[in-house]
Design a protein around this ligand. Structure first.
Ligand code: TXA
Ligand code: MG
Length: 335
């Protein structure tokens, strides 16, 4: 079995060398940890699918340290894209562009004529990519079907022995994955909600942005990210609890013979003796800790049911509810 080394942020050059050698390195971003490999090295990119146990027709995000690095593949971007890049990069907005045929391998694009580019806010990771002088593919560094990792320990849990190293830069700040915006067509379309909201994008573009909730069938190449495969599936059944339903939900929990874990604010935690994971008091902390909570009830304190709070589907709440609905298979607690 391969030894998975833990790199400190100041060891980014050693990690960059491994990338150049075709090895896999997990890296921190402000959203979740990613699994990096040289995006121009077909064999290395293929090994990412293997390490994640992910079907190989799902395209990979290409993570760059700068706009200039991206333009090696896209050519110069138009004014619309430039405004978004000036405002949101580095940061949590992934942009999909057309790429010239042959510039990126089929392993990276999943056979599409477009590619998704992201320049993360984490400075260590940008320095590592710049030192490697090559973009890296960057899917979330979880095994397929597990919640995305928000700490280096989550990555280690899933990837120990499968990858050369992990750069540990502490817990991620945002906690849910980037917003994905398709700029390959006339009408900009959000394919995955994230911390950057459609309203913010509209205010920069001065025009409408579509949101694509279209489901992808079995034979179609996944256009809408993560639609084809079930993501964020904890072993327990998650039930989403509307704010005014907590008293009923806590009573229901007490009546169950099966075990019930509760993810919620500390004020709700005080009202119950069930296994508890603190999601904090607002949607920002809840987004930050959601995946850690799902992992907690998967391995540290296994339960049969998980109760988790609904938040209004606006702003960051759209991204939070998108991930929670997937984890719950869309099941709400009903008194
Ligand atoms: O925050 C993030 O975006 C994290 C961090 C690590 O950067 N990365 C991430 O990657 O979430 P991943 O691979 O787990 O999710 C990327 C999604 C996939 O579901 C994939 O289907 C979609 O982006 N995607 C990639 N290229 C695409 C393309 N050309 N067209 C449509 N969707 C694409
Ligand atoms: Mg993922």
């Amino acid at each position: 079995m391969m030894i998975t080394r833990i790199y400190q942020p100041d060891e980014y050059e050693a990690a960059a060398k491994e990338i150049q050698l075709g090895e896999l390195i997990a890296f921190p971003t402000e959203t979740v940890y990613g699994l990096g490999a040289d995006a121009t090295n077909e064999q290395a990119a293929k090994r990412v699918y293997l390490a994640k146990g992910r079907p190989s027709d799902n395209p990979l995000i290409v993570t760059v340290s700068s706009q200039a690095m991206m333009e090696r593949f896209t050519g110069p971007v138009d004014a619309r894209a430039q405004r978004l890049i000036d405002h949101f990069w580095p940061g949590s907005l992934t942009l999909i562009f057309n790429v010239a045929p042959g510039k990126l391998s089929k392993t990276v694009t999943g056979g599409l004529t477009t590619a998704a580019f992201r320049c993360p806010a984490n400075e260590t990771t940008r320095k590592m990519i710049a030192a490697a002088d090559t973009p890296i593919v960057g899917p979330s560094a979880n095994t397929s079907g597990k919640p995305s990792p928000t700490t280096a320990q989550h990555v280690y849990h899933d990837m120990n022995g499968r990858i050369a190293g992990i750069i540990d830069d502490g817990p991620t700040k945002v906690g849910v994955e980037s917003t994905i915006l398709d700029l390959s067509k006339d009408q900009p379309t959000v394919l995955r909600p994230g911390a950057v909201t459609p309203e913010e994008i509209e205010s920069i573009l001065g025009g409408p942005v579509l949101a694509d909730n279209h489901h992808v069938g079995k034979t179609e190449i996944p256009k809408a990210p993560g639609m084809k495969y079930k993501h964020y599936a904890p072993a327990a059944q998650v039930l989403i609890v509307a704010a005014d339903q907590w008293p009923e939900a806590l009573r229901w929990a007490d009546q169950q013979e099966k075990t019930v874990g509760i993810m919620a604010s500390a004020s709700i935690g005080k009202q119950t003796t069930h296994p508890f994971f603190d999601l904090g008091a607002d949607v920002t902390t809840a987004s930050h800790r959601l995946f850690a909570g799902l992992r907690y009830f998967d391995s540290d304190e296994p339960v049969d049911y998980i109760l988790a709070p609904a938040y209004p589907e606006e702003g960051l709440g759209m991204a939070y509810m998108n991930r929670l609905r997937k984890a719950a298979g869309n099941q709400f607690f009903n008194a």
